[in-house]
Structures are given as C-alpha cells and as structure tokens.
Ligand binder design. Structure first.
Ligand code: XIL
Length: 311
C-alpha cells in the first residue's frame, strides 16, 4: 500500500518526495510519485536563482510546472525555499545597505509566496541560517541586517500567504551540539518577539549506521510545541555498497520513519529523491552512494520495506 496513505492512517499529514525538471518527464518516477507520495517539494526550481535571476525579473515557468503537476494530482506542496544563502543569484550578494536588502527580501517573498498563495502547505521561509558550530552563517542577509532578516522573512511570508505553515529549516539537527541548541534558542527568540513561525524542518541528510541520536533530537524539536517535519530525508551509504549496509539502511529508514510516527508534533516526512539514479548525493558526496528507496534502475530496495514496516 502507498506510503502516503499509510502515514495518513497514523494521523500524519503526508509522506512526500521531490520533483523537478530532471524527473517530471520520467514516467517511472511519475508513477512512483503518484502512487506512493502525497506531497511534493521542488528540488531546485523554487529557489531564488531559478525564480529571480536578476532584480525584479521573475521567471516562474519551471516553478509553475511543478505547482501545476502537484495541484492537478492532489498533492500537497512544500515551498522550498524563500531566503537561503545558497543558489542565490550574485546580484543579491552584492546588496550592501539595509534599505535595499529589506526591499529585495520583501519583494521576493511577496512575489513568490504571493503567486502561490493558498496552494502551499508549508514554506521553508529561511534555510540553513546557522553554522554547525551554532554561529550565524556569514550570508549577505546576516551581514547587512543581522537577526532581523529572519523576523522580516517570517512576517512578510505570513502576510503574503496567510494560511501556509511557516518553517525554519536546517541540516545537522540530527545530533546533540551547538547547532540544534542555537536553533532552538533562535526559535524561542522568534516566538518571544511575536514573529510568526509554525514549524521546524530537519533536513535529515543522514549516513547509514550513524543515526543513534536522531530520535532524541527530533523529540527536542517537538518539545517546542511547534510542528516538526523531516524535510529532505536521505540515508547515504559509504562506498562500497554491500548487502550488510543495505540492510543497515533498511533499519535506519525504519527508525527515522518511526521517530516521526511516534512524535505527535511531527506532521510528515519528505524523502529527497525517488531513485538513486537522480540523487544529489552522487555529485555532492562522491564517496557515498545509494541513499534512497529505489535503486539506479528505479527498482524498489529493501529500504522501502524499512519505511513500510514503520507505518
Ligand atoms: C540540492 C539539490 O538536490 C541539488 O540538485 C542542487 O544542485 C543543490 O541543492 N539542502 C537543501 C536543498 O536545502 O535545497 C539541497 O538540494 C540539498 C541540501
């Protein structure tokens, strides 16, 4: 049975995956997405460099294709992402005064979140704002505006798309340390200031056999009382891939899925890709491989059973 139907029967909102220009015309991938998954994130086409490559020049063609694909099939959409230091066009990086950058952020969010107003389940309003050591990331946003850029982004997103859930999203929230500590502290400051935030997204780009802390850290996110989502799950295998590691991957997918199922605040899981054929891991982590539930030939792996058995 479909993963999405099964997780909904457990009281969750969705089991999701990604789509983009490289997969939207692959019939096998489309069929898997249609059958198994209930929510969609655009892997790249909703990012700043895709949508606003130069100031005020909004290009919605690819973003709209994905929105229409999802809407016409009854899939939820996670909007990813409004303010992020990466895949950010150069012209934004060269803004160096507060007024201009405030206008630039406000306009980008108004245009993007406004265009899809009422059609997006949740927005990753800000992505990866902290470093692993818990310090602020040295982005143009923080350099010019300080922490205010985060408050600005959430306030603007709430006005532009009032019914969407608004998330802070980051990676390496899977283990104890300064990054999750300071993420939780930032969330607390946002709430104290009355800044509208609804959820915390943990990307969960994981490595097989190294997920021992995942459940306890997810519970810390849930203890805020905000919604929690696993937003970019994949569990990569250090090469060479062998049967024992694939079995460990099955167990790890089972554990992570169960962690969300067992946490009342966890609304859903998005896996960052359908098949190993199209995963970002190949180019980003060349010594790792095979992070997903379907293999390079789009055949279902035992990792799928790990997920299924948790539902
Ligand atoms: C990745 C995509 O998967 C790649 O295709 C792209 O080249 C780089 O970005 N954290 C995020 C995602 O929030 O947007 C990233 O996606 C993976 C890490």
């Amino acid at each position: 049975a479909a993963l999405d139907a099964k997780i909904k029967a457990k009281g969750k909102v969705y089991y999701g995956n990604i789509i983009d220009r490289n997969t939207i015309n692959d019939g096998t991938i489309q069929n898997i997405l249609n059958t198994e998954f209930g929510a969609i994130t655009a892997e790249n086409s909703w990012k700043w460099d895709s949508i606003e490559p130069s100031r005020g020049n909004f290009q919605f063609g690819n973003a709209d294709s994905i929105a229409n694909w999802a809407t016409s099939r009854g899939k939820l959409i996670r909007g990813h992402t409004l303010v992020w230091h990466s895949q950010l066009p150069g012209w934004v990086n060269s803004v160096n005064d507060r007024n201009t950058l405030t206008q630039v952020i406000t306009n980008h969010i108004n245009q993007v979140a406004g265009r899809y107003r009422g059609r997006v389940y949740a927005w990753d309003v800000v992505n990866e704002v902290l470093e692993d050591n818990g310090n602020w990331r040295n982005s143009v946003f923080y350099r010019v505006l300080g922490e205010e850029f985060v408050h600005l982004a959430f306030r603007t997103a709430r006005t532009a798309d009032p019914d969407a859930k608004l998330y802070i999203n980051d990676y390496n929230l899977d283990y104890a340390g300064p990054k999750i500590d300071n993420t939780l502290a930032l969330v607390q400051r946002l709430r104290t200031a009355g800044t509208p935030i609804d959820g915390i997204g943990t990307q969960a780009h994981l490595v097989v056999g190294r997920i021992a802390a995942f459940d306890s850290q997810l519970q810390r996110l849930g203890a805020t009382g905000l919604d929690v989502a696993i937003t970019e799950l994949d569990i990569r295998i250090p090469k060479p891939v062998d049967q024992a590691k694939l079995q460990q991957q099955q167990r790890d997918y089972n554990t992570v899925t169960a962690s969300c199922v067992n946490l009342p605040q966890c609304v859903g899981i998005t896996i960052w890709g359908v098949s190993d054929r199209y995963s970002w891991v190949d180019s980003t982590f060349p010594s790792d491989d095979a992070p997903l539930l379907w293999d390079d030939s789009n055949r279902r792996k035992i990792a799928y059973d790990g997920v299924d058995q948790a539902l």
